[in-house]
Design a protein around this ligand. Structure first.
Ligand code: GL1
Length: 224
């Protein structure tokens, strides 16, 4: 196993913004008289803005024309953008920065992948904008996950194949998308649904490159 690139998802991996997305979607859903439970949200976690809204509307059995969909999505985004104004570098999840520095020292490339169109704003608030070798966000992709385009763009930008790349993701949708294109995957969070990944860690606290390789080798050997 030769790992040359690590791709990091943003919301819920680098910073806890996945929760802010959930809260703002949940509030929006109440306008459709629909209760968006955390369990249901897991099914749409990581999808793009319009795709997420369409799914919530389908569950709520609401139909709107394209113009209305755009303006409802804007409402949700305006609320979310207000919430992320207060983000600060101290909110980077524990262990993320030291793992990134270790990768740099080892000449392992790093990428940031996020379906969010607010990714660059968040990275700038966290002072992480200059920390990745490439960034692919929601403005640069045509197909959102479950299509693996976002990860493939990261690896193509750096000329590294999926079989030499690890993707860190907190959503089942993201893990499935990355796996479908042949990337190694590490879930960030609780096991359970994330167990489809090659390995799962709760967060990056104390995590390092050697542990990553050992985890992947051990888990892959026991599934083969
Ligand atoms: C979009 C969705 C969010 C989330 C992110 C990806 O973000 O709205 O629910 O799935 O993509 O993490 P945004 O609205 O910021 O473009």
């Amino acid at each position: 196993m030769k790992i040359e690139l690590c791709i990091f998802n943003l919301d819920g991996v680098i910073v806890d913004t996945a929760h802010l997305h959930y809260l703002t979607w949940k509030e929006l859903a109440t306008k459709f008289d629909f209760e968006l439970s955390p369990i249901l949200y897991e099914k749409i976690k990581g999808l793009g803005r319009i795709e997420t809204l369409r799914q919530i509307m389908a569950w709520a059995k609401i139909s709107k024309d394209e113009k209305e969909i755009e303006s409802i999505a804007k409402l949700k985004n305006d609320h979310y953008v207000q919430m992320i104004q207060m983000l600060h570098p101290t909110e980077i999840r524990p262990g993320v920065k030291s793992f990134l520095s270790e990768l740099k020292k080892l000449y392992i490339k790093t990428a940031l992948s996020s379906a969010s169109k607010n990714a660059k704003t968040i990275l700038s608030k966290l002072e992480l904008l200059q920390q990745y070798d490439t960034i692919v966000d929601g403005d640069q992709i045509e197909h959102c996950i479950p299509d693996p385009e976002i990860y493939l763009k990261c690896s193509q930008n750096l000329n590294i194949t999926p079989s030499n790349t690890v993707v860190f993701e907190d959503s089942v949708n993201g893990i499935n998308a990355a796996k479908s294109a042949g990337f190694y995957t590490i879930g960030i969070g609780k096991t359970g649904a994330l167990s489809i990944a090659d390995a799962v860690i709760p967060n990056f606290r104390g995590f390092n490159f050697k542990e990553m390789l050992n985890l992947l080798k051990f888990n892959l050997a026991s599934t083969n």
